[in-house]
Design a protein. Structure first.
Length: 445
């Protein structure tokens, strides 16, 4: 079979084999840490915390952390503080001249920005860790358990949580450098997939327990899930091709150019990043309001919890949708640079037929990106809020997360990106790719 032959070819490539093994080992370390409970916390007292993360935005946060949030693990805060810090640094790159300069400095500038991102991550963790511990104390004590957080205990456990989150960040960076795929995205993917078997089993058993037609409804849900997944794949891979004509150049006895090529402008050039960015920001108000909501349900903390702590609420989905559209335009603007593309074409004697080289070409490319980004961002936002509609039709809370939304789009985007990197290794060593055509579209194409 072709699949078995492809797997054999993957194993034959020494560099690819080492990268896959390294990635697997780092994932094992991450999953092991997700089950290490914080010092001084009795695991038997965590039932209330697990119930707290079975619904609403806390369920999604627990899923992003691979269940570590509800288990009071040393990895409880997960990778989201690092994602939040990355958002802030990229926003500063749009408005602060010194950060813009670092973005243009290539590898050295990228290393400086990464260092600033790490510092900001630690700063965010210094606020999130105590907030998490206070909420943990409230949930455990409300359920009859014992979790007394004195000031020295809060300081000590905050250091542990901060170290755990920084270790996750380090694992993600090492996967990117020595493994396969984007490490941070793979860690999020693993956390999501860890919940899938339990979610689908719970939905299956609940449908079987229905009065009639339960199994049929379950099969219909599976078909819809595959259809939504296919739509997400199409969104990820959709492109608009722009023709580019290269003029003939003769250097010595060789002729260069003269052929027409195409620039594939992606409908969703930002991929899954707008979803991750929007979701990270949606965590902030509920995290800050969590403790206040316990103290005053009618105050500002209670209002935020009611309107933004429930993923089924109207205002949560409206704000979430608008943020995804906005972040799609933002991330497309910083990843697709029409001016730079126009300059590169001009340097290589290329031009778009009917469009003057230089500024006019940049304006033309920018107008095309604006037109194709609008429907792409709207469709991305619709797919992101589909789980809310799935829950309206009685789909289990955990299983509904895979009917689109953050979970499905991250799974599709990360899997395609990783497969594209594996495809590249296979093609470089003259093996058949993962697809018969040898063309698997990923984020970088």
């Amino acid at each position: 079979m072709k699949l078995i032959e492809t797997l054999k070819n993957i194993w034959k490539i020494e560099d690819l084999r080492k990268r896959l093994i390294t990635t697997f080992l780092f994932i094992v370390i991450y999953r092991f840490g997700c089950h290490v409970v914080l010092p001084g916390i009795n695991p038997s007292d965590l039932e209330a915390m697990r119930n707290f993360t079975n619904s609403g935005l806390m369920q999604l946060l627990d899923m992003f952390s691979g269940g570590a949030f509800g288990q009071a693990s040393i990895f409880a805060l997960g990778i989201m503080p690092y994602i939040t810090a990355s958002i802030v640094i990229q926003l500063m790159g749009m408005v602060v001249p010194s950060f813009q300069k670092m973005q243009r400095e290539g590898e050295s500038g990228r290393m400086k920005l990464n260092q600033y991102t790490r510092y900001l991550t630690v700063f965010i963790l210094l606020f999130q860790a105590p907030a998490y511990l206070w909420n943990l104390q409230f949930q455990v004590n409300a359920a009859g358990g014992q979790a007394q957080m004195s000031l020295p205990m809060v300081i000590y456990l905050s250091i542990v949580l901060t170290a755990g989150a920084m270790l996750i960040m380090w694992l993600g960076e090492k996967i990117t450098d020595k493994g396969i795929g984007n490490g941070i995205s793979i860690i999020i993917l693993v956390g999501i997939l860890a919940r899938f078997p339990g979610a689908i089993f719970q939905e299956f058993t609940s449908r079987l327990g229905a009065a009639q037609g339960g199994l049929v409804m379950f099969l219909v849900e599976i078909v819809i899930l595959f259809a939504v997944t296919a739509g997400a794949v199409m969104l990820t891979q959709g492109t608009r091709k722009v023709p580019v004509q290269y003029a003939k150049r003769i250097v010595g006895n060789k002729q260069y150019g003269g052929a027409r090529q195409y620039i594939p402008l992606k409908v969703n050039a930002a991929n899954v990043m707008p979803i991750i960015f929007a979701q990270a920001l949606m965590f902030i108000p509920i995290t800050l309001a969590g403790y206040g909501a316990h103290q005053d349900a009618n105050g500002i903390g209670g209002w935020i919890s009611r309107n933004f702590g429930d993923m089924n609420s109207f205002w949560y989905n409206v704000v979430y949708f608008l943020m995804i559209v906005a972040f799609t335009y933002f991330y497309t603007a910083i990843t697709v640079r029409p001016t730079q593309m126009a300059e590169e074409m001009k340097k290589n004697s290329g031009f778009i037929p009917g469009i003057k080289p230089g500024k006019k070409t940049a304006e033309y490319l920018d107008s095309i990106m604006s037109r194709i980004t609008l429907p792409g961002s709207i469709f991305l936002g619709i797919v992101a809020i589909l789980p809310a509609f799935a829950r309206l039709f009685g789909v289990n809370q955990q299983f509904a997360q895979f009917f689109g939304g953050t979970s499905l789009l991250i799974i599709v985007g990360v899997v395609l990106d990783t497969l594209q990197q594996i495809e590249t290794h296979l093609m470089m060593h003259h093996y058949d790719g993962l697809m018969k055509s040898g063309k698997l579209k990923g984020r970088n194409r």
